[in-house]
Design a protein. Structure first.
Length: 425
């Protein structure tokens, strides 16, 4: 029936076939009619010609008389010669063929009979199975990526390297001596080389795209989205994800509301609303940021939302979408942290350039930085000192070459590292 109509086809497999004889055996044991003692006694009497000896023995408990011991003695004497195979011989009967042809027919039908699907049951079940496998695979990908991001966050190699490089630069600044211009320059060039290598390591393609997308953000979306996308981009460039996290929080709230809604009309409207928001975020990640990992997480969330239309997958699909949004938030945090590290390095490099110019004026003194803490304080101090130097003109002897104040000196080439290529070269 399952092969011809499609009903119950999911149960047609090798396990089902193997279960048939096992179930039959249990049923036979459960409902087998055991012979009565008197019937067995008659069969023995007929086989050995005992003239109702064993039948009489089976009825002794209900009989009276002094002959009982004699009957028992005679029965015991003959019992040793009785052969059970002769008493109850196996006789093949027509009904025994049912145990042969029926399993064989079922096996042949399972092997050779094609699956018919006049009511579309098989196709519907197959589609559901494929969608369920797709959902499981997408959730597995999300979990693997979440574990990977957690591991990267715990190690935080780039963040530690950035902190170390900036701390070493501050130590170098504090060691500067105004009279040791050449030694100062060598130390600064070494620090510039180290920071430049770290900058190149951090500034992968995705992060570079983030740093260059302020103008593109307003060109790739409609007028209604321009300001929002521009705001998100500028926040990310500054190392903040507040705006995007607010959007993700709204999406999570809507997903929770979607899971609780029973009205099919409201449920469909809410699902379309969530889907549009996901499309907007995915387009932002794909087109504006060109961040494939972030776009992949949002794409999975959108696909899982589509699978929530199936009743049997609704809860799992919505849970998977929530997990994908959690991953999206983690990807954003990772991107923002990398942007912050890169921005800190760029600020350090800018401060280093200012320090080199100040060194040209023989005014780079580590003692002046004793109270400086963050790189911003070093930058502020150096800009102030440099402005004072350039404001009073000649601060070098005629014999010295290098960068001078406006309209003074012999000119010269600024001691910059050409191998460092960045946005502020």
């Amino acid at each position: 029936i399952g092969r011809l109509t499609g009903f119950g086809h999911e149960y047609l497999n090798g396990v089902t076939l193997a279960a048939i004889p096992v179930v039959g055996l249990f049923l036979a044991l459960a409902f087998h009619r055991r012979p009565r003692v008197q019937d067995a006694a008659r069969a023995v009497d007929q086989t050995v010609g005992a003239r109702d000896l064993y039948l009489t023995l089976s009825l002794l408990d209900r009989a009276v008389g002094d002959y009982q011991p004699l009957v028992i003695q005679d029965a015991e004497k003959r019992a040793a010669k009785i052969q059970p195979a002769l008493v109850v011989p196996f006789a093949w009967r027509a009904r025994h063929w049912h145990a042969v042809w029926l399993p064989a027919a079922v096996l042949l039908a399972m092997v050779f009979l094609p699956q018919f699907d006049p009511f579309g049951k098989v196709e519907a079940a197959s589609l559901t199975t494929r969608r369920k496998e797709k959902l499981l695979e997408s959730r597995r990908e999300t979990q693997l990526r979440i574990a990977e991001v957690h591991k990267e966050a715990e190690e935080n190699v780039e963040g530690a390297a950035t902190d170390k490089a900036i701390d070493e630069l501050k130590l170098t600044f504090n060691k500067m001596q105004p009279a040791e211009k050449r030694l100062n320059l060598e130390s600064l060039m070494n620090e510039q080389k180290r920071l430049g290598e770290l900058w190149r390591k951090l500034s992968d393609d995705e992060l570079q795209n983030l740093l260059k997308t302020a103008q593109r953000a307003s060109q790739q979306f409609g007028s209604n989205d321009q300001e929002l996308m521009k705001k998100w981009t500028e926040e990310l460039q500054a190392g903040s994800t507040d705006g995007l996290k607010d959007a993700l929080k709204e999406l999570k709230d809507e997903l929770q509301q979607l899971a609780k809604t029973e009205d099919p009309v409201k449920k469909e409207e809410l699902k379309q609303q969530v889907k549009e928001r996901l499309k907007q975020l995915e387009k932002f990640a794909q087109k504006t940021l060109d961040n494939q990992k972030l776009a992949a997480a949002l794409q999975r969330a959108k696909n899982q939302l589509d699978l929530s239309s199936l009743d049997e997958l609704s809860d799992d699909a919505l849970q998977g979408a929530m997990e994908s949004l959690e991953l999206t938030e983690m990807e954003l945090d990772q991107l923002a942290e990398a942007a912050q590290d890169l921005k800190r390095i760029e600020e350090a490099l800018k401060t280093l350039q200012t320090a080199k110019r100040l060194n040209d004026h023989a005014k780079l003194d580590g003692a002046a930085c004793e109270k400086c803490d963050g790189m911003a304080e070093y930058a502020k101090l150096y800009e102030k000192l440099l402005a004072q130097c350039e404001g009073r003109g000649d601060t070098q002897s005629e014999s010295e070459s290098g960068m001078r104040g406006p309209g003074t000196g012999k000119g010269g080439v600024a001691p910059e590292a050409d191998e460092v290529t960045d946005q502020f070269q």
